[in-house]
Design a binder for this molecule. Structure first.
Ligand code: AMP
Length: 626
């Protein structure tokens, strides 16, 4: 299995695609883009670098926000202004995420509509706005890798357990970033696509995703190229970080006994312990023994201890057990046994650990797919889906499923489910309702999403009213309520009274989504920032250029002084001084002027130096050599 399989996807030799689209894995810790190139999906890596963009945003004191690797480095020094894990807040209210917030160093509030906002440098940002910054960076990296502007059409992946509001938030983020979303795809579906599993006529797939901070397992069924989520389970607070923590505890216990709590509470110690632990863990993936090596220079501590793979596995056995418990629950929800799973796919960096691979193989009784890089498999699958959508083969894999049931609140606050979870979209269903009081002329409809029985335990999606029913005895009117979900997942609910034909309808916007005007506002500020971003980049380039010129001039001016006239020297010294002033500011125009002026004033010195070099080169050579 692997890349070659993908060439025969759809049983046709793919003609050169008229246009390509990006596949984007918008992750909690890292994001990545891939696209279809030369008949297969490939990750977009600029100059052979990894292409992974850490999903981290740093807000400097002035200037545009910094996204990615550079931003991640700021998390240690300026944690309050470095936002990460934004994906956990997409489409959520404060109450949904109270637990997450308690563990994070930055502040969050709710706006008047109950939407969460994260704070940095005294400004509030919607999670969609922050995700848009990450998406824009991913797009920039993709453009660098392609050597031209990357396509704006894209497929973006989300966890299978994301509800409607979280999916809508993801779409909004893409819109703010100037991207055109062809489809939101479940991450496990994408991982299965990357392995070409859609080619099976029928079967069951388990996708086991263990990343840095989150874990989920999803059971999918495939039938004629359509993936259906049967069950998903997991823990949004379990991942590689917990494995690191167990190793870091070894250091904490040993050094705490020797140096006391003051040391183990020191943030620099904690950071060093985390890094040493992760390093040791990764070494243990490749070799049976490794060293846990911790240095805290300002405390004059250099500590080493050898750890065997067996010891590491014993220290983390309960974490592996927790993942297997989730697998058991997911199988039970899907009403399947481990033996009925035909394919197992591993996703996420932590599935490189040999113990994960071994225990999963034992649990499912089959060797899991590990041929593709577990950090890239979701983006690769998104690129496969993007290629299929762009190639016009809309018959395949286009079908997605609703993650949660949709229904109406009935008398007494119960829920009548109209579209069941896991229904393939597009789909529709109609159900009959009537009045409960004599001469009732209107009915209020409350649309909810979720699996719970009572409306108050489900997510409210919207309300609308059917008015103008002629007065009739209770139970007489016949109102047909139709739920329709289109291929893009947009829900429309309509109600029609059969005897009179009066009707009403609503296009459902998830309550936790942004309003159109909010998205528009963010789009505008996105464009405004784009100008700012460009100016900041230009200023930085000019400063580097001037800095190099200043250094070279200072180095050579004394040597060249004797060969230059007084006026040229004064001119150059003036330009040098002005350039040094200009680099203190971010004014692009002033920087450009200073650079041009400096270049002009440095010409006589440059000419002199060139002359000297040429003379030296000629020295001792006869004319015949030249
Ligand atoms: P992800 O969120 O999928 O990028 O996964 C990141 C997690 O994978 C981090 O906890 C890493 O320490 C872990 N990881 C990456 N490479 C390895 C490896 N070779 N062995 C064990 N864990 C790894």
């Amino acid at each position: 299995m692997g890349y070659v399989e993908l060439n025969v996807l759809n049983n046709t030799v793919p003609a050169p695609a008229p246009q390509v689209a990006l596949g984007i894995d918008l992750g909690t810790t890292n994001s990545l883009a891939a696209t279809w190139r030369e008949g297969r999906p490939s990750v977009l890596r600029p100059d052979g670098r990894s292409g992974l963009v850490p999903s981290v945003i740093y807000f400097p004191e002035s200037g545009a926000p910094i996204v990615g690797r550079e931003a991640r480095d700021h998390a240690v020094v300026d944690p309050r202004n470095t936002l990460f894990s934004v994906k956990r807040f997409m489409g959520r209210g404060l109450a949904d995420v109270a637990q997450e917030l308690a563990t994070l160093p930055y502040a969050a509030t709710e706006n008047e509509r109950g939407l969460i906002q994260l704070e940095a440098r005294g400004r509030r940002y919607a999670p969609e706005e922050l995700s848009a910054l990450i998406l824009r960076k991913v797009h920039d990296v993709a453009s660098t890798a392609l050597g031209e502007k990357a396509p704006t059409k894209c497929v973006i992946t989300v966890p299978a357990y994301f509800d409607d509001a979280q999916r809508q938030s993801t779409r909004d983020a893409a819109r703010i970033a100037g991207l055109d979303v062809l489809r939101i795809v479940n991450e496990p579906t994408a991982a299965s696509l990357a392995y070409g599993l859609d080619q099976r006529d029928k079967g069951h797939v388990a996708v086991f995703d263990l990343g840095g901070g989150t874990f989920d397992v999803t059971i999918l069924s495939i039938e004629d190229g359509v993936f259906r989520v049967l069950a998903t389970n997991g823990d949004t607070h379990l991942g590689g970080d917990d494995f690191d923590q167990r190793l870091a505890n070894l250091a904490r216990t040993a050094l705490g006994a020797e140096h006391g709590d003051e040391l183990t509470r020191d943030p620099a110690f904690q950071q060093a312990a985390r890094q040493a632990a992760e390093h040791c863990k990764i070494e243990l993936t490749n070799q049976p023994e490794a060293e846990l090596h911790l240095m805290v220079p300002h405390k004059r501590i250099a500590w080493r201890r050898r750890v065997s793979r067996d010891e590491f596995e014993a220290l983390t056995a309960d974490l592996i057990e927790r993942t297997l418990d989730s697998c058991r629950r997911a199988l039970s929800d899907a009403k399947l046994t481990a033996g009925q799973i035909d394919e197992v796919v591993l996703v996420g960096g932590s599935t490189r650990m040999p113990v994960v691979r071994r225990r999963i193989a034992e649990f499912f009784g089959r060797i899991p797919h590990t041929e593709l890089n577990p950090d890239e498999v979701v983006a690769l699958g998104a690129a496969v889906q993007a290629q299929i959508l762009m190639g016009g083969r809309r018959d395949m894999l286009l079908l997605d499923v609703t993650p949660l049931s949709l229904g109406l609140e009935t008398m007494g606050g119960a829920v009548s489910k109209i579209i069941q979870r896991n229904s393939t979209v597009p789909c529709e269903a109609t159900e009959g309702f009537t009045t409960y009081a004599d001469d009732q002329t209107g009915i209020d409809f409350h649309i909810v999403q979720g699996e719970r029985e009572m409306a108050r335990d489900c997510r409210s999606l919207g309300r609308f009213k059917l008015k103008g029913i002629p007065p009739m005895p209770a139970g007489m009117p016949r109102v047909a309520v139709r739920f329709h979900i289109d291929a893009d997942g947009l829900l429309t609910v309509s109600a029609k009274e059969q005897s009179t034909g009066i009707s009403a309808h609503i296009d459902v916007q998830p309550m936790h989504g942004l309003t159109d005007s909010e998205v528009e506002g963010m789009l505008k500020s996105g464009y405004a920032n784009a100008v700012e971003d460009f100016a900041a980049r230009r200023a930085a380039d000019l400063k580097t250029e001037i800095g190099t010129m200043v250094l070279a001039t200072e180095k050579n001016l004394n040597a060249g002084r004797a060969g230059l006239d007084k006026e040229s020297i004064r001119d150059l010294e003036d330009a040098l001084r002005d350039a040094k002033v200009a680099v203190q500011q971010d004014d692009v125009k002033a920087l450009q002027r200073a650079r041009d002026e400096f270049e002009r004033a440095a010409l006589p010195l440059a000419a002199l130096l060139m002359n000297n070099v040429a003379q030296k080169a000629l020295m001792g050579r006869s004319l015949g050599d030249v």
